[in-house]
Design a protein around this ligand. Structure first.
Ligand code: AMP
Ligand code: FE
Ligand code: FE
Ligand code: ZN
Length: 285
Protein backbone atom coordinates (compact mmCIF):
# COMPACT_ATOMS: atom_id res chain seq x y z
CA UNK A 1 0.00 0.00 0.00
CA UNK A 2 1.38 3.40 -1.00
CA UNK A 3 -0.15 6.29 0.91
CA UNK A 4 0.56 10.01 0.34
CA UNK A 5 -1.24 12.20 2.90
CA UNK A 6 -0.39 15.76 1.80
CA UNK A 7 -1.03 17.28 -1.65
CA UNK A 8 -2.20 20.58 -3.15
CA UNK A 9 -4.37 21.29 -6.20
CA UNK A 10 -5.54 24.43 -7.99
CA UNK A 11 -7.98 24.84 -5.09
CA UNK A 12 -4.94 26.42 -3.40
CA UNK A 13 -1.34 26.76 -4.62
CA UNK A 14 -0.92 23.53 -6.60
CA UNK A 15 -0.93 23.53 -10.40
CA UNK A 16 -2.96 20.35 -11.10
CA UNK A 17 -6.72 20.50 -10.94
CA UNK A 18 -8.18 18.10 -8.36
CA UNK A 19 -9.20 15.76 -11.22
CA UNK A 20 -5.71 15.82 -12.74
CA UNK A 21 -4.19 15.23 -9.32
CA UNK A 22 -6.18 12.07 -8.54
CA UNK A 23 -5.52 10.70 -12.04
CA UNK A 24 -1.78 11.28 -11.59
CA UNK A 25 -1.92 9.72 -8.12
CA UNK A 26 -3.45 6.55 -9.56
CA UNK A 27 -1.05 6.53 -12.52
CA UNK A 28 1.93 6.78 -10.19
CA UNK A 29 0.73 3.73 -8.26
CA UNK A 30 -0.64 5.32 -5.10
CA UNK A 31 -3.40 3.46 -3.25
CA UNK A 32 -4.38 6.38 -1.01
CA UNK A 33 -4.00 10.12 -1.53
CA UNK A 34 -5.09 12.99 0.72
CA UNK A 35 -6.08 16.32 -0.83
CA UNK A 36 -5.00 18.98 1.67
CA UNK A 37 -5.32 22.40 0.10
CA UNK A 38 -4.47 25.47 2.17
CA UNK A 39 -7.48 26.57 4.23
CA UNK A 40 -10.07 25.12 1.89
CA UNK A 41 -11.99 21.97 0.99
CA UNK A 42 -13.15 23.36 -2.35
CA UNK A 43 -11.27 20.77 -4.41
CA UNK A 44 -12.86 17.73 -2.77
CA UNK A 45 -15.99 17.40 -4.91
CA UNK A 46 -14.04 17.47 -8.17
CA UNK A 47 -11.50 14.96 -6.81
CA UNK A 48 -14.28 12.59 -5.72
CA UNK A 49 -16.03 12.87 -9.10
CA UNK A 50 -12.82 12.01 -10.96
CA UNK A 51 -11.49 9.39 -8.53
CA UNK A 52 -10.10 6.41 -10.47
CA UNK A 53 -10.91 2.87 -9.40
CA UNK A 54 -8.33 1.51 -6.97
CA UNK A 55 -7.44 4.90 -5.47
CA UNK A 56 -8.88 6.03 -2.15
CA UNK A 57 -9.25 9.74 -1.36
CA UNK A 58 -8.72 11.10 2.13
CA UNK A 59 -10.39 14.48 2.38
CA UNK A 60 -8.46 17.09 4.30
CA UNK A 61 -7.05 20.60 4.48
CA UNK A 62 -3.85 22.27 5.63
CA UNK A 63 -4.76 24.98 8.12
CA UNK A 64 -2.57 28.07 8.49
CA UNK A 65 -1.71 28.57 12.15
CA UNK A 66 0.58 30.80 14.18
CA UNK A 67 2.11 30.14 17.58
CA UNK A 68 4.03 32.91 19.39
CA UNK A 69 4.59 34.71 16.10
CA UNK A 70 5.78 31.60 14.25
CA UNK A 71 3.72 30.40 11.28
CA UNK A 72 2.96 26.69 11.23
CA UNK A 73 0.70 24.36 9.27
CA UNK A 74 -1.78 21.88 10.70
CA UNK A 75 -3.02 19.06 8.49
CA UNK A 76 -6.60 18.12 9.25
CA UNK A 77 -8.02 14.85 7.95
CA UNK A 78 -11.51 13.41 7.59
CA UNK A 79 -13.32 16.22 9.42
CA UNK A 80 -16.92 17.10 8.66
CA UNK A 81 -16.59 19.85 6.01
CA UNK A 82 -19.93 21.35 7.03
CA UNK A 83 -19.22 21.63 10.75
CA UNK A 84 -19.92 25.35 11.30
CA UNK A 85 -17.13 26.39 13.68
CA UNK A 86 -14.27 24.89 11.67
CA UNK A 87 -15.89 26.02 8.41
CA UNK A 88 -16.12 29.61 9.69
CA UNK A 89 -12.47 29.66 10.74
CA UNK A 90 -11.34 28.13 7.44
CA UNK A 91 -13.25 30.77 5.50
CA UNK A 92 -11.90 33.57 7.68
CA UNK A 93 -8.32 32.50 6.98
CA UNK A 94 -8.93 31.83 3.28
CA UNK A 95 -10.75 35.13 2.72
CA UNK A 96 -8.06 37.14 4.50
CA UNK A 97 -5.58 35.85 1.92
CA UNK A 98 -7.05 38.25 -0.66
CA UNK A 99 -6.37 41.62 1.05
CA UNK A 100 -3.03 40.18 2.19
CA UNK A 101 -2.01 39.25 -1.37
CA UNK A 102 -3.10 42.72 -2.53
CA UNK A 103 -0.91 44.24 0.19
CA UNK A 104 2.05 42.17 -1.01
CA UNK A 105 1.42 43.44 -4.56
CA UNK A 106 1.47 47.01 -3.19
CA UNK A 107 4.77 46.33 -1.39
CA UNK A 108 6.25 44.93 -4.59
CA UNK A 109 5.08 47.99 -6.50
CA UNK A 110 6.86 50.19 -3.93
CA UNK A 111 9.97 48.10 -4.59
CA UNK A 112 9.64 48.89 -8.29
CA UNK A 113 8.18 45.56 -9.44
CA UNK A 114 5.31 46.16 -11.92
CA UNK A 115 3.19 43.23 -10.71
CA UNK A 116 -0.58 43.77 -10.63
CA UNK A 117 -3.36 42.25 -8.56
CA UNK A 118 -5.06 41.21 -11.82
CA UNK A 119 -1.99 39.16 -12.74
CA UNK A 120 -1.87 37.42 -9.35
CA UNK A 121 -5.64 36.84 -9.41
CA UNK A 122 -5.36 35.27 -12.87
CA UNK A 123 -2.61 32.91 -11.68
CA UNK A 124 -4.53 31.97 -8.53
CA UNK A 125 -7.79 31.39 -10.44
CA UNK A 126 -10.41 30.32 -7.91
CA UNK A 127 -7.80 28.80 -5.58
CA UNK A 128 -7.06 30.25 -2.15
CA UNK A 129 -4.45 32.84 -3.05
CA UNK A 130 -1.00 32.60 -1.51
CA UNK A 131 2.63 33.56 -1.81
CA UNK A 132 3.35 30.87 -4.44
CA UNK A 133 0.92 32.64 -6.81
CA UNK A 134 2.68 35.95 -6.20
CA UNK A 135 5.97 34.10 -6.71
CA UNK A 136 4.73 32.77 -10.07
CA UNK A 137 3.91 36.34 -11.08
CA UNK A 138 7.49 37.35 -10.21
CA UNK A 139 8.75 34.50 -12.41
CA UNK A 140 6.50 35.68 -15.28
CA UNK A 141 7.95 39.18 -14.91
CA UNK A 142 11.50 37.84 -14.94
CA UNK A 143 12.20 39.20 -11.45
CA UNK A 144 13.30 35.76 -10.21
CA UNK A 145 14.10 32.60 -12.19
CA UNK A 146 11.97 30.17 -10.15
CA UNK A 147 9.20 30.19 -7.55
CA UNK A 148 11.69 29.05 -4.89
CA UNK A 149 13.89 32.08 -5.63
CA UNK A 150 11.04 34.36 -4.58
CA UNK A 151 11.16 32.93 -1.03
CA UNK A 152 14.11 35.06 0.12
CA UNK A 153 14.45 38.06 2.44
CA UNK A 154 14.47 40.27 -0.67
CA UNK A 155 10.97 39.16 -1.64
CA UNK A 156 8.41 36.85 -0.02
CA UNK A 157 10.11 34.83 2.72
CA UNK A 158 8.72 35.25 6.24
CA UNK A 159 9.75 38.78 7.25
CA UNK A 160 10.97 39.52 3.71
CA UNK A 161 10.66 42.96 2.11
CA UNK A 162 7.37 42.14 0.37
CA UNK A 163 5.98 39.70 2.93
CA UNK A 164 2.72 40.54 4.65
CA UNK A 165 1.17 38.40 7.41
CA UNK A 166 -2.26 36.89 6.99
CA UNK A 167 -4.73 35.90 9.65
CA UNK A 168 -3.60 32.55 11.08
CA UNK A 169 -5.32 30.41 13.70
CA UNK A 170 -3.92 29.66 17.13
CA UNK A 171 -2.97 25.97 16.83
CA UNK A 172 -4.62 25.03 20.12
CA UNK A 173 -7.83 26.56 18.80
CA UNK A 174 -7.28 24.70 15.51
CA UNK A 175 -6.98 21.41 17.43
CA UNK A 176 -10.21 22.15 19.26
CA UNK A 177 -11.98 22.96 15.98
CA UNK A 178 -10.60 19.92 14.12
CA UNK A 179 -11.57 17.57 16.96
CA UNK A 180 -14.98 19.20 17.20
CA UNK A 181 -15.50 18.41 13.53
CA UNK A 182 -14.47 14.76 13.97
CA UNK A 183 -11.09 15.19 12.32
CA UNK A 184 -7.54 14.03 12.96
CA UNK A 185 -4.72 16.59 13.34
CA UNK A 186 -1.15 16.18 12.11
CA UNK A 187 1.45 18.95 12.48
CA UNK A 188 2.83 19.46 8.93
CA UNK A 189 6.62 19.65 8.38
CA UNK A 190 7.21 20.82 11.99
CA UNK A 191 10.94 21.40 11.52
CA UNK A 192 11.06 22.83 7.97
CA UNK A 193 13.67 25.39 8.97
CA UNK A 194 14.39 26.59 5.45
CA UNK A 195 10.89 28.07 5.33
CA UNK A 196 11.58 30.32 8.30
CA UNK A 197 11.37 30.03 12.07
CA UNK A 198 9.93 26.82 13.46
CA UNK A 199 8.27 26.17 16.80
CA UNK A 200 10.37 24.69 19.63
CA UNK A 201 10.06 20.98 20.46
CA UNK A 202 8.42 21.93 23.76
CA UNK A 203 5.51 23.30 21.73
CA UNK A 204 5.05 19.88 20.10
CA UNK A 205 4.68 18.40 23.60
CA UNK A 206 2.10 21.05 24.51
CA UNK A 207 0.17 20.36 21.29
CA UNK A 208 0.33 16.61 21.95
CA UNK A 209 -1.16 17.20 25.38
CA UNK A 210 -3.92 19.24 23.70
CA UNK A 211 -4.91 16.42 21.34
CA UNK A 212 -2.50 16.54 18.42
CA UNK A 213 -2.55 13.11 16.75
CA UNK A 214 0.69 13.08 14.83
CA UNK A 215 3.60 14.84 13.17
CA UNK A 216 4.73 14.74 9.55
CA UNK A 217 8.28 13.43 9.75
CA UNK A 218 9.17 12.21 6.25
CA UNK A 219 9.00 15.42 4.22
CA UNK A 220 11.32 16.97 1.67
CA UNK A 221 12.11 19.90 3.98
CA UNK A 222 13.49 17.63 6.74
CA UNK A 223 17.01 16.23 6.45
CA UNK A 224 17.92 12.75 7.77
CA UNK A 225 19.07 14.06 11.13
CA UNK A 226 15.88 16.08 11.63
CA UNK A 227 13.74 13.05 10.74
CA UNK A 228 15.57 10.88 13.25
CA UNK A 229 15.10 13.51 15.96
CA UNK A 230 11.39 13.95 15.15
CA UNK A 231 10.87 10.19 15.19
CA UNK A 232 12.25 10.19 18.72
CA UNK A 233 9.97 13.08 19.70
CA UNK A 234 6.94 11.24 18.28
CA UNK A 235 7.80 8.07 20.15
CA UNK A 236 8.29 9.93 23.40
CA UNK A 237 4.99 11.77 23.05
CA UNK A 238 2.96 8.88 21.63
CA UNK A 239 2.34 10.69 18.33
CA UNK A 240 1.68 9.09 14.95
CA UNK A 241 4.40 9.55 12.32
CA UNK A 242 3.40 10.38 8.76
CA UNK A 243 5.29 10.88 5.51
CA UNK A 244 4.03 12.81 2.49
CA UNK A 245 5.12 14.52 -0.69
CA UNK A 246 3.46 17.93 -0.11
CA UNK A 247 2.99 17.82 -3.89
CA UNK A 248 2.23 21.20 -5.52
CA UNK A 249 2.31 20.18 -9.21
CA UNK A 250 4.88 22.15 -11.19
CA UNK A 251 5.19 24.86 -8.52
CA UNK A 252 7.53 22.67 -6.47
CA UNK A 253 10.05 20.01 -7.34
CA UNK A 254 8.60 17.17 -5.27
CA UNK A 255 6.70 14.36 -7.00
CA UNK A 256 3.58 12.52 -5.86
CA UNK A 257 4.42 9.61 -3.57
CA UNK A 258 7.97 10.85 -2.98
CA UNK A 259 7.38 10.17 0.73
CA UNK A 260 4.65 7.91 2.07
CA UNK A 261 2.89 6.94 5.28
CA UNK A 262 2.92 3.52 6.91
CA UNK A 263 -0.37 1.63 6.32
CA UNK A 264 -0.73 1.02 10.06
CA UNK A 265 -0.58 4.74 10.76
CA UNK A 266 -3.10 5.36 8.00
CA UNK A 267 -5.38 2.73 9.56
CA UNK A 268 -5.12 4.48 12.92
CA UNK A 269 -6.00 7.85 11.35
CA UNK A 270 -9.13 6.37 9.77
CA UNK A 271 -10.10 4.75 13.09
CA UNK A 272 -9.76 8.01 15.01
CA UNK A 273 -11.69 10.15 12.52
CA UNK A 274 -15.47 10.39 12.66
CA UNK A 275 -16.22 13.52 10.62
CA UNK A 276 -15.87 11.87 7.20
CA UNK A 277 -14.85 8.54 5.68
CA UNK A 278 -12.15 7.85 3.08
CA UNK A 279 -13.74 7.73 -0.38
CA UNK A 280 -12.96 4.63 -2.46
CA UNK A 281 -12.62 5.34 -6.17
CA UNK A 282 -15.42 3.96 -8.29
CA UNK A 283 -13.83 4.94 -11.59
CA UNK A 284 -15.24 8.41 -12.26
CA UNK A 285 -15.05 10.58 -15.35
P1 AMP B 1 1.21 31.42 2.25
O1 AMP B 1 0.30 30.37 2.86
O2 AMP B 1 0.53 32.25 1.23
O3 AMP B 1 1.94 32.20 3.28
O4 AMP B 1 2.30 30.60 1.44
C1 AMP B 1 2.90 29.49 2.02
C2 AMP B 1 3.24 28.51 0.92
O5 AMP B 1 4.37 28.99 0.22
C3 AMP B 1 3.63 27.14 1.42
O6 AMP B 1 2.53 26.30 1.54
C4 AMP B 1 4.52 26.67 0.32
O7 AMP B 1 3.74 26.19 -0.75
C5 AMP B 1 5.22 27.91 -0.12
N1 AMP B 1 6.52 28.15 0.53
C6 AMP B 1 6.77 28.56 1.78
N2 AMP B 1 8.08 28.69 2.02
C7 AMP B 1 8.69 28.33 0.87
C8 AMP B 1 10.06 28.25 0.45
N3 AMP B 1 11.07 28.56 1.27
N4 AMP B 1 10.30 27.84 -0.82
C9 AMP B 1 9.30 27.54 -1.65
N5 AMP B 1 8.01 27.60 -1.33
C10 AMP B 1 7.71 27.98 -0.09
FE1 FE C 1 1.65 25.48 -0.38
FE1 FE D 1 2.64 23.37 4.56
ZN1 ZN E 1 1.36 21.74 2.06
Amino acid sequence: MRIDLHTHSTASDGTDTPAQLVRKAAATGLDVVALTDHDTTRGHAEAVAALPEGLTLVTGAELSCRLDGVSMHMLAYLFDPEEPALLAERELVRDDRVPRARAMVARLNELGVPVTWEQVARIAGDGSVGRPHVASALVELGVVPTVNDAFTADWLADGGRAHVDKHETDPFEALRLIKGAGGVAVFAHPAAAKRGRTVPETAIADLAAAGLDGIEVDHMDHDAETRARLRGTAKELGLLVTGSSDYHGSRKTCVLGEYTTDPEVYGEITRRAFGAFPVPGAGGA
